[in-house]
Ligand binder design. Structure first.
Ligand SMILES: Cc1ncc(COP(=O)(O)O)c(C=O)c1O
Length: 436
């Protein structure tokens, strides 16, 4: 036990700090599918860290690449100069993206990727002489990180209500959670028509005022909402009809989670831009990237060659060490066939998850690729309390899960095997029987 660590100074993110510090859960090591806790227990990773470590933990190739890069070029700017590894990584990334995504803008996180994509969308229209397109459309229950752009288009009330009036000119589509879809395996039948709400928003504001629509192809942080059949297709049609850019936020769906490198490939709907982070370096170092279709990028390339085309970027855009981690990560993914492995495992995963249908308190189960959401009945007047208790019980029983409210969200590393899938399901069943 390592209980002498001073816990006070670190103001922890998205955490009940006082509750946590009174009874901390500390992870001190990780290898493969397992974390190690400070009291020496192995904890099966049911969440790839925080949807990041798609190849599992402790890859020597990634560690070696990071150390080598640190010792050869630890940092160099990417403003008006460059270093080879960032260009190499961008090129590698575009090779796994759908055709047409020829350009990659690097960021340091998912939140930065979202704000970058929103800014590119606004600037794109302006560069084409359609500067009246300033509205951004998000979706209820959407999560797009914690920048002001992201929380403005996001639709999780707790992430918004403390922070003032946010961006103006933002509207929201309705979320896609419909009770009649409960216990659907894969994409639900009902709800494609919810995309038609975009027609209403266009009629209300005028298409010439709308720059972009941003959605998660599969909404994760709100508790796993799988897109209804035909829904994304419909959004694509309507955005195209009105010249509105469609942005997919692939921060959690990117890098193999749904059985293809990106959700757009798994689901067969291609946006105009998409955001990534997390799995881009297997979580080893902070990094993100926005992928843009050629026509988006090219709209900026019309002025004098000496003019900076986009006044946007981060000190760490294309950071050499993160890029090195990213290239090594792609090697690990490709060598292990991990970018498509979720497609092979999905039927087993689906069966195991839906096998929990008769477990205590289970109200709905949703799944796609290697993602599942298990929604529990809430306790009267204590939404989220049962979910939290299950999370703590699972942690002590050797399984890391994630809960949002009373929904368990599962997204194990893509190296998970079928015995470990069974163990995830069995542990959750046992712990559900233990909580009140
Ligand atoms: C869909 C989506 N977008 C953006 C983010 C924000 O990413 P970050 O925490 O790296 O800023 C997340 C994080 O979970 C996410 O799930």
């Amino acid at each position: 036990m390592n209980r002498n660590i001073p816990l006070d100074a670190f103001w922890m993110p998205f955490t009940a700090n006082r509750q946590f510090k009174a009874s901390p859960r500390l992870l001190v090591g990780a290898k493969g599918m397992f974390y190690q806790s400070d009291d020496g227990r192995e904890i099966l990773d049911g969440t790839a860290g925080l949807w990041c470590c798609n190849a599992g933990h402790g890859h020597v190739e990634i560690a070696d690449a990071v150390r080598d890069q640190l010792m050869s070029l630890d940092f160099a700017p990417t403003f008006q100069m460059g270093h080879p590894i960032a260009f190499e990584f961008a090129d590698r990334l575009r090779n796994i993206a759908p055709d047409g995504f020829d350009h990659v803008f690097f960021t340091g996180s998912g939140s930065e990727s979202v704000d970058t994509a929103l800014k590119i969308a606004l600037a794109y229209h302006r560069a084409r002489g359609e500067g009246s397109r300033t509205r951004l459309i998000g979706r209820e229950r959407g999560y797009h990180g914690v920048g002001f752009g992201g929380i403005s288009v996001g639709g999780l009330v707790n992430n918004r209500r403390m922070f003032g009036s946010l961006l103006t000119g933002v509207d929201h589509l309705p979320h896609t959670h419909l009770p009649q879809n409960a216990f659907t395996r894969g994409q639900p039948e009902h709800g494609a028509e919810l995309a038609d709400e975009l027609e209403r928003i266009v009629a209300l504001h005028g298409a010439e005022t709308i720059a972009a629509v941003i959605v998660e192809p599969l909404a994760g942080s709100t508790g796993v909402l799988v897109p209804p059949k035909g829904y994304l297709e419909r959004l694509r049609e309507i955005t195209r009809k009105y010249g509105i850019l469609l942005i997919f936020d692939e921060v959690i769906t990117g890098f193999g989670r749904l059985g293809a490198p990106f959700a757009s490939q798994a689901l067969g709907v291609v946006p105009d831009m998409f955001t990534t982070a997390k799995g881009i370096t297997n979580g080893a170092l902070p990094m993100g990237a926005v992928f843009a279709q050629g026509f988006v990028h090219d709209a900026f390339m019309n002025g004098p060659e000496s003019a900076i085309e986009l006044f946007h970027g981060y000190t760490y855009s294309g950071h050499p060490v993160a890029a090195a981690a990213g290239i090594a990560t792609l090697d690990v993914y490709e060598k292990g066939g991990l970018l498509t492995r979720a497609a092979e495992l999905a039927p087993y995963w689906e069966e195991a998850m839906h096998g929990l249908r008769d477990a205590p308190f289970v109200k709905d189960i949703r799944n796609l690729g290697l993602v599942a959401g298990i929604e529990l009945e809430s306790r009267a007047d204590a939404a989220g309390a049962r979910g939290y208790d299950v999370f703590v019980e699972c942690f002590h029983a050797g399984l890391l899960i994630r809960v949002t409210g009373d929904t368990i969200a599962l997204s194990p590393p893509l190296i998970v095997d079928t015995a470990q899938i069974d163990r995830i399901a069995d542990t959750i069943r046992e712990m559900l029987a233990r909580v009140a």
